[in-house]
Ligand binder design. Structure first.
Ligand code: UT7
Length: 328
């Protein structure tokens, strides 16, 4: 696929300290722990403190990933931050992160593909390493979804959490690293999952705030159906492109939106639950941060060994989806 084989040479994650439990949500909206656990698999999620913005979460995860790669911030040539909750419109969160890291040599930009953003970021960053344009690329998925979540809306507030995951991409041995990418989008489903206020269509006004347009709005059931169809489908496409089959998968690292969505992907791929990295019980859905945090935890827990074949797969607003096959 590439001039230079490219892989992940360091991983890192950070989640804020504050835990929001299902029990606490029971006091906020008409819901209960049993409903949340059986319908989603989520038990708790993390919330950023008032002082923490997305770039702060990204900083902690990035420092770990850079150290794990045996590099310093000055070795990073490019920073890509996938996020739907940037610190501000501009400068980009990637530029704010570049400054915090002291990554003086790095170019930096943000990428918007919602929960698929990290996979889109891997595809972008790895292409640039493969082409020889850059040597070390930092790809981050970081979100403070709590800032765009309506804690009076039980359809959404039980799902989301804050966190950040980061990886460093670099050259690896022949036969290792990324084997394929499968990216997709269907803008016709954009209405299903959105924050419509605050942009150029609906600028921030007293009325836009009054009508809660700065919060996430989601047609949960429609997104669920899309997710069930696309998770298995995108993973299968990525496997075909890599010349592999579902029997070759050592570990699936899926977007952590709902345990029932992950289970349906496992069924479609004929995989047992122990072949998937699942941590949504602790963190909920962290959008672009879910996959890199799950990957960093899989590495921490010793669940990934050299030569293992991993499938990363996600879906989200846009609508978007992305999958990648890589040899560790
Ligand atoms: O990263 C991508 C972002 N989003 C997603 O991946 C979300 C995908 N969707 C989902 O995960 C699920 O659709 C949800 C977890 C959001 C909802 O689960 P569901 O099984 O699709 O439930 P539903 O929306 O069909 O609602 C079933 C019932 C409804 O009551 P009625 O109309 O049957 O009386 C809801 O009002 O459950 C009710 N309900 C709740 N009950 C207690 C909805 N939310 C809650 C709640 N607690 N938090």
């Amino acid at each position: 696929m590439s001039l230079h084989p490219v892989g992940i040479i360091g991983t890192g994650k950070y989640v804020p300290e504050r835990i929001l439990t299902n029990k606490e949500l029971e006091a906020m909206v008409e819901t209960n722990d049993e409903w949340i656990v059986t319908r989603t698999g989520i038990k708790e999620r993390r919330l950023a403190s008032a002082e923490e913005a997305t770039s702060d979460l990204a900083l902690h995860a990035s420092l770990k990933a850079i150290a794990a790669a045996g590099l310093t911030a000055e070795d990073i040539d490019l920073i890509v931050v996938a996020t739907i909750t940037p610190d501000m419109f501009f400068p980009s969160t990637a530029c704010l992160l570049q400054e915090k890291l002291g990554a003086k040599k790095a170019a930096a930009f943000d990428l918007s593909a919602a929960c698929s953003g990290f996979i889109y970021g891997l595809a972008t960053g790895s292409s640039m390493v493969a082409s020889g344009m850059y040597k070390n690329v930092l790809v981050v998925g970081a979100e403070t979804l709590s800032r765009i979540t309506d804690y009076t809306d039980r359809n959404t507030c039980i799902l989301f959490g804050d966190g950040a995951g980061a990886v460093v991409l670099g050259r690896v041995e022949e036969g290792r690293g990324f084997q394929s990418f499968e990216l997709g989008a269907d803008g016709s489903g954009g209405e299903l999952l959105k924050v419509s206020g605050g942009g150029s269509r609906i600028p921030a006004t007293a009325e836009s705030i009054e009508t809660k347009q700065h919060f996430i709005h989601m047609a949960g059931n429609d997104v669920f159906k899309f997710a069930v169809r696309i998770m298995g489908g995108a993973a299968e496409e990525a496997l075909v492109k890599a010349g592999l089959t579902k029997d070759d998968i050592d570990l699936l690292v899926p977007h952590q939106a709902n345990i029932r969505i992950i289970q349906s992907a496992l069924n479609r791929l004929d995989l047992s639950a122990d072949k998937a990295m699942i941590n949504l019980d602790k963190y909920g859905n962290m959008s672009s941060a879910s996959i890199p945090v799950a990957l960093a935890e899989a590495v921490e827990q010793g669940r990934v060994s050299e030569g293992d074949r991993l499938v990363l797969v996600g879906f989200g607003g846009g609508l978007t989806w992305g999958a990648s096959v890589l040899v560790w």
